[in-house]
Design a protein around this ligand. Structure first.
Ligand code: 1HE
Length: 275
């Protein structure tokens, strides 16, 4: 995995509430907050403490943060649920546990700013559920995706049944869970798990480049993409079009939109170019 040396800018001081989270390594680099899962000895498996810390981090983003890059330390993004914790749970406790993941991952997906995930190595089970709560996914060539819940006698519990079919479709998720099928990084790109594949070691650099572009957008546009777009996709066409009109008028009525449009018309803003 790449070192933070690929990022430009100097690390800024963090609020104490974020600096205290020992299972996450967090750095603020200008408008981009880099959040790293930091349990590499356990392949970043998500235990109760880590899910709580993910919730806390995304609920307490510094005011200056305009985008987040989420990655994992070590050889893998995330091995999913910490399996050492489940044997002691009753059915009722299992429901509460799953709901704690929902709350944390909702905070990622429906928080204040967009999140770019960097995926490498194993992105499995709850790790894929976490990746699915992010807004843009960059995969390194080493990434692979699986839902081993079926083989472990489990079901997804971190929002995967709602989010993963929206990326890859119900049929593919069904196959992954029933047969243990594993997709590699290139296949993951083709089926819609990630939007980008880059060489090993280049994921953080690419994610920062994307996050800095996202951070430069008008905040209301980013809000609309994060909060209105997925909800509209769940609505009937008629309801969706109505909400779209409201959101479009709110965004375009904001001074940030008006000044950007004025800049373009005055020849002061960038044109759309091939990248
Ligand atoms: C773990 C976990 C884990 C590793 N819970 N401890 N997830 C899975 O079924 C995936 C299980 N993990 C694996 O298949 C492999 O560990 C990996 C492919 C991810 C990585 O392999 P490798 O060879 O690099 O590491 P390792 O030697 O298997 O694991 C290193 C340590 O991490 C080892 O602990 P140690 O104390 O013996 O050193 C492993 O036990 C530990 N470890 N993965 C606990 N998942 C909300 S519902 C979500 C439901 C799910 O996510 S189900 C899918 C669970």
């Amino acid at each position: 995995m790449t070192s933070p040396a690929t990022k430009s800018g100097t690390a800024l001081p963090l609020p104490a509430s974020l600096a205290a989270l020992e299972l996450l390594h967090i750095e603020a680099i200008g408008p981009v907050l880099h959040v790293r899962l930091a349990r590499p000895a356990k392949r970043n498996a998500i235990n109760d403490a880590l899910v709580a810390q993910i919730h806390t981090a995304f609920a307490n983003l510094p005011d200056e943060t305009r985008a987040v890059v989420l990655s994992g330390e070590g050889e893998h993004f995330c091995a999913g649920l910490d399996l050492s914790e489940i044997s002691e749970r009753s059915v009722a406790e299992g429901i509460v546990h799953s709901r704690s993941w929902h709350a944390a991952f909702d905070q990622v997906q429906l928080g204040r700013v967009p999140v770019v995930a960097v995926l490498h190595g194993a992105v499995v089970g709850g790790g894929l559920e976490l990746a699915g709560a992010c807004h843009v996914r960059v995969a390194e060539a080493s990434a692979y995706y699986a839902l081993p819940e079926g083989q472990r006698g489990l079901f997804v519990g971190g929002g995967g049944s709602a989010r993963i079919p929206r990326l890859v479709g119900v049929a593919r998720m069904t196959d992954m869970m029933l047969t243990g099928r594993v997709y590699d990084a290139k296949e993951g790109l083709a089926i819609g798990v990630s939007q980008y594949v880059v060489e090993n070691g280049k994921g953080i650099e690419k994610a920062f480049w994307l996050a800095e572009r996202i951070a430069a957008n008008a905040p209301l546009s980013n809000f609309a993409v994060m909060h209105a777009l997925p909800r509209i996709a769940d609505m009937s066409q008629s309801d969706g079009l109505f909400v779209e009109s409201l959101m479009a008028a709110i965004a375009s009525g904001d001074e940030a939109a008006k000044s950007r449009v004025r800049d373009f018309l005055a020849g002061k803003a960038g044109k759309v170019k091939k990248q």
